[in-house]
Ligand binder design. Structure first.
Ligand code: BGC
Length: 514
């Protein structure tokens, strides 16, 4: 209650400012879209939000182990407590309810359900927790949009056989997915198998910055690994794990439970740095080595041609049996979109060293600068630039390449580093975040209207500040500020803006009260 009244007071103070912003974005309402079930929500993940890291029988995850190793996380922190959503979910769902969202994207902690993977018992307390969690959402009319794994997996599987490097993981993932469908499938209508497997394998097996931190020079500095091969092996096992899980859903549950399944990918828009054919091809290769890498096999049954050409035998092969399983496809594509880069050809002419320039990255150098000017305003996170047109171009590209498969923007948001000694006003008056969200919405709405892109929902990352992976708690993405000493949630200007935006949106009004 306290939070809501602070919010009211805050809203009154800000109301004039917000009205200006709302007026300026009224023209972007999605009236042209006739679907009445458009999802507006916020997104999160188990490791970044839950805390309660060994409570009620949960097993260790790879991220629990990684964050406890000295030197891994910028501020030396862990997700042991995070924002303690494990305990504070009722309060968080009240906030969501107040904000007016009709969906919440979160992930299940695999190690909370299966502390030892398939080599141990199902943790009943974990099942009960998510059951209560999902019921509490539904009670407020908020649709659960569930990711099965958002980077965290039981440590047991890492130790037994090197996690995603082993084809055994396909069996583990199917076993876990089946349990989730069985227990929660009557209540959950949106399932995504993976969050950003492209980011997961690149950071985990090419650059080595995330667990299991494997890589080889010059891509990173790890004690073991093989950057030229392992990312592609891990990706292959993930693609087949996705297919196996979707297959289980289709054959055992979908008819009865009536839900849908997809995969969430990180999407970067790669803009050719010049109008030359070489740079255009480089931008296309950059897309293939980052995004199409996973979706082409899932939706077209094979890896992109550019990957075959450049990787040769380093690219694993799908067997006849695999190709059969892959036909199961998906029902929707989840798109996490935050940034764009220029792509510069390195195949036909030599490039300076940098991300993207090598053979295994598609010979397409990523750069944010063209003639000394950034593609978009830099943010506090390295590599994230504000370029809303990139959202539009990415959605159109995905729509065309994958035959307008239904899409959700499963993440989009703005991170900032809080300066010590900031005033309260500076902590809460997040005008830049509001501007970012407004401009990205505008770009999305344009694509939906002008190109007929079948986008069915939008999730802001995130409702609350949270554990930002290797940045620890130094970068904040929340519509609500979290005081990490007390865990108190306080609304920022962007929370009021999002609430007003949703309230003004006719699509949302229809869907929320159906
Ligand atoms: C991830 C989130 C992360 C966000 C902001 C996405 O890549 O899915 O877990 O917090 O970006 O960096």
């Amino acid at each position: 209650m306290e939070i809501l009244s602070v919010f009211h007071a805050f809203l009154i103070i800000e109301i004039m400012f917000i009205s200006v912003l709302v007026v300026s974005c009224n023209h972007i309402s999605m009236k042209g879209n006739s679907r009445s079930n458009f999802l507006f929500g916020t997104a999160s993940s188990s490791y970044q939000f839950e805390g309660a890291f060994l409570n009620d029988g949960k097993g260790l995850s790879n991220w629990d182990v990684f964050t406890h190793e000295p030197g891994r996380i910028l501020d030396g922190s862990t997700g042991d407590v995070a924002v303690d959503q494990y305990h504070l979910y009722q309060e968080d769902f009240d906030i969501m309810n107040y904000t007016g969202v009709n969906s919440y994207r979160f992930s299940i902690s695999w190690a909370r359900i299966l502390p030892k993977g398939r080599f141990g018992k199902v943790n009943r307390a974990g099942i009960d927790h998510y059951m209560k969690f999902i019921d509490a959402l539904l009670l407020r009319g908020i649709q659960p949009f569930v990711t099965l794994t958002h980077f965290d997996i039981p440590q047991e599987l890492e130790e037994r056989y090197g996690s995603w490097l082993s084809p055994h993981l396909q069996e583990d993932f199917s076993y876990y997915a089946n349990i989730c469908f069985k227990f929660f499938g009557d209540k959950v209508k949106y399932w995504s198998t993976f969050n950003e497997p492209n980011v997961m394998v690149l950071r985990g097996y090419m650059y080595g910055t995330n667990p299991p931190s494997r890589c080889s020079p010059p891509y990173g500095n790890c004690s073991s690994g093989d950057s030229e091969r392992e990312p592609f092996i891990a990706a292959h096992n993930i693609i087949l794990s996705h297919a196996a899980a979707v297959n289980i859903y289709r054959t055992k549950y979908q008819k009865k439970q009536g839900g849908s399944t997809g995969i969430v990918m990180n999407s970067i828009w790669f803009e050719p740095i010049s109008s030359s054919l070489e740079d255009k091809l480089a931008a296309e290769r950059a897309q293939s080595f980052f995004f199409n890498w996973f979706l082409d096999p899932i939706l077209h049954g094979r890896y992109p041609a550019e990957m075959h050409e450049l990787l040769g035998d380093d690219l694993p092969v799908f067997s006849k049996f695999d190709r059969e399983i892959l036909k199961t496809g998906l029902d929707f594509i989840g798109i996490n979109h935050y940034t764009s880069f220029y792509a510069k050809d390195c195949m036909f002419s030599p490039c300076e060293p940098g991300k993207g320039a090598s053979r295994i990255e598609g010979y397409a150098l990523r750069t944010a600068l063209k003639d000394g000017v950034y593609i978009g305003e830099p943010t506090s996170i390295e590599g994230l630039y504000v370029y809303p047109e990139g959202m539009q171009k990415a959605v159109t590209y995905i729509k065309e390449r994958y035959n307008n498969t239904p899409m959700f923007i499963t993440e989009n948001g703005y991170g900032v580093e809080e300066m010590p000694n900031s005033t309260d006003d500076e902590l809460l008056h997040d005008v830049k975040r509001v501007e970012y969200l407004r401009s990205y919405f505008e770009a999305l709405a344009d694509t939906m209207r002008s190109d007929g892109a079948d986008v069915r929902g939008y999730f802001v990352w995130s409702l609350l500040d949270n554990f930002e992976w290797t940045y620890g708690y130094t970068i904040r993405f929340g519509l609500y500020r979290v005081d990490y000493g007390t865990l108190k949630r306080t609304p920022r200007l962007s929370a009021a803006w999002y609430r007003q935006f949703i309230a003004d949106n006719p699509l949302q009004i229809l869907s929320a009260h159906e």
